[in-house]
Design a protein around this ligand. Structure first.
Ligand code: BDR
Ligand code: CA
Length: 344
């Protein structure tokens, strides 16, 4: 691995925006994806594995190890989000059948192996529920001190939830895991960067921006429109742009039906971009914890901005982002990556 490339380990519940995040990593010359943990969340863990392997196949990266995670959260029953991400997690898109297989070790072990193999260097990102990371920390309590940086997409700080009135999806699916991870990383040399909905909902992908991505990939196509037939297939010649357009159409339709407009929030791509370059966001340190017992508020993330708990900060919470700077980088990287893929 060249000195300039950062070893990146990513834990995903792929998922439309997780797939976009993986494409961003593949298109980042400063990143070397050394492993992918598949976590149950947007769809069940078997489907997440299929999606990760299929996306790697599509992107010509089938050498990246993919590990299967736990079937269910630490103690809660699994909930999935096919309404948001489609029946197989990638909207209307279909991925090639993968030829690569899963690792013989599970996702929690994959976390531990990655951290031990790159002590003090590993850039870690979690864009799904934190089940496997929590299991990894149980297996290797030193893990928070082995990773150089952890970025978590999860929570909602002083902001409404997207799953309950107060809880964000990734934390809401496995609140116990999130609480364990936040507690464990209070000992880390570098506090984890936590990007909640208050920040990630500023990252709004529109049909125009998706069109700019297709143009950069050298595969121009007619911008998606809310007036199109539902599920209309992408005519893009480029295989990655085709998959991303078919996936995003479903995600746009979901956001539209929720009254948010014909657009989509790219939560997870922001998280991977920040993992490679934390300067993309402004953060504030605070003690963070997760509500586990509230009858109305289970899964809520609470930041104690005013120090009333008397605890030291255990997270850097994203509070400001420049969406234009993010999208310029996203379109440049994913567009250039898609452009060099062979057409099929
Ligand atoms: C998070 O929930 C999932 O549906 C998305 O992939 C993202 O990671 C946003 O709340
Ligand atoms: Ca996700």
């Amino acid at each position: 691995m060249s000195a300039a490339r950062l070893p990146v380990f990513v834990d995903v519940d792929t998922g439309v925006d997780d797939a976009m995040a993986l494409a961003y990593l593949f298109g980042s010359p400063d990143a070397e994806v050394i492993g992918i943990a598949s976590t149950a969340g947007n769809v069940d863990v078997h489907q997440v594995c299929e999606n990760n392997l299929g996306l790697l196949q599509l992107c010509g990266r089938s050498g990246v190890p993919v590990s299967k995670g736990a079937e269910a959260p630490l103690s809660a029953p699994l909930r999935t989000a096919e309404d948001t991400h489609g029946p197989q997690g990638l909207g209307y898109a279909r991925l090639p059948a993968p030829t690569a297989e899963l690792t013989a070790y599970d996702a929690a072990q994959a976390w531990v192996r990655a951290a031990r193999a790159h002590p003090g260097e590993l850039i870690a990102v979690a864009t799904g529920p934190l089940t496997n990371l929590a299991l990894a920390v149980r297996a290797e309590p030193a893990l928070p001190r082995l990773v150089r940086r952890l970025v978590i997409m999860g929570g909602a700080f002083d902001y409404r939830g997207n799953t309950t009135p107060v809880a964000e999806w990734n934390v809401s699916v496995d609140p116990e895991a999130a609480a364990e991870v936040f507690a464990a990383f209070s000992d880390a040399d570098e506090l984890p960067i936590v990007l909640g909905l208050n920040l990630t909902e500023n990252i709004m992908l529109t049909p125009e921006l998706l069109g700019a991505l297709a143009d950069t990939a050298g595969s121009p196509s007619r911008p998606l429109s809310e007036h199109d037939d539902r599920g209309a297939a992408s005519a893009a010649a480029n295989p990655l742009i085709r998959v991303l357009e078919d996936a995003m159409r479903f995600y746009f339709e979901f956001h539209h039906d929720c009254g948010e407009g014909y657009l989509a929030h790219l939560h997870d791509p922001l998280a991977v971009a920040v993992a490679l370059d934390p300067e993309l966001v402004r953060c504030r340190p605070a003690p963070v914890d997760v509500e586990l017992t509230g009858t109305l508020t289970r899964g809520m993330t609470i930041a104690d901005w005013s120090g009333r708990w008397g605890r030291k900060p255990n997270a850097l919470i994203g509070v400001d982002v420049d969406p234009t700077a993010f999208f310029d980088r996203f379109i440049a990287r994913v567009g250039a990556f898609a452009r060099q893929l062979p057409y099929s």
